[in-house]
Design a protein around this ligand. Sequence first.
Ligand SMILES: C[S@@+](CC[C@H](N)C(=O)[O-])C[C@H]1O[C@@H](n2cnc3c(N)ncnc32)[C@H](O)[C@@H]1O
Length: 320
Amino acid sequence: MSLVRRTVAPVVRPVIRRLDRHLEARMAGRDRRLAETRERAERTESALREELADTRKELRELRDRVHGLDLLLGREGRRVHRQPTVRQIGALARDVAEVTGARGADARREIVQAYRTLVEVENRGVGRIAGGTGNILGKLATVPLLDPPNGEVLEIGTLFGLFAGCLARQVVRAGLPYHLTIVDPISPVQLQEGRRLKHDLSGTPISEDVVRANLHYAGVQPERLRLVRGYSTAPEVRAALAGGGFGVIVVDGDHSAEGVAADLAWVEELAAPGAVVVLDDYGDPKWPGVREAGEAHLARPGTRLSLVGQVTTSAFLRAG
Ligand SMILES: C[S@@+](CC[C@H](N)C(=O)[O-])C[C@H]1O[C@@H](n2cnc3c(N)ncnc32)[C@H](O)[C@@H]1O
């Protein structure tokens, strides 16, 4: 053994032993921490798996429950569903408030009540109400808030009669005794712009019996109903309604520009002073003739009608 090794070894050996012990202790600590971390991760994983299973179960149950709601309010048998979102109702309430001058809370209350009426009347009846949910609610909520001068209601174009049933109820809600007049040829399939549209997607053929049954289901009393079968342009229809005096008029028949122009010209004769006139599907890209004829009519010198505002795709006019 060299002199250096003999002298250095006894000094270095204890240091190396201390170093070894230190390293072993650190390794043992690391292993313990690793085992603890693994255990924690396993516990978290199993908790997450349990939570996932619970969430899946809840989702399945929720889907089943929503399915029931979908059967009631879904789009099958009509063009659109009757489940407006929170945002849609909020936006509608703002629009109705702006057009009617009502407080936001009052507009919202009117919309919610109109919604209950829409769901109840449509689900009780056969067929469907035409149009999107926002559009229907806009019409039903805005009319009473515009304070029509009387409860004489005229609807030109009724389809299944269900919207008219809802509107009669809204007029009662405004505190007015209603009387409903409906003008429609009541063709077994809907007529538009001289064309016969294909069978109605509700599967129900349109007939006078169906319209009368729907109005009965909606609670319209027979003595408060006048059903005038025919086109709004037919002389015998015009003669039957001579005298007018209507406080609320809904123009929702022939959607061509010529058809709307003819109806608005007739409305000039039929509207009571202060009457509320609803021009449906105004600004709807599917029916460009409605806006075209509406704008042209409102620009005519001497017209009694002026634009109050628009909610979704309905223009609201007031007769002077
Ligand atoms: C869009 S639907 C009416 C929808 C109904 N107001 C509703 O909200 O459920 C149009 C209706 O107008 C009818 N119609 C078409 N041309 C007409 C006219 N010149 N006079 C009266 N009704 C007409 C159609 O046969 C159809 O029943």
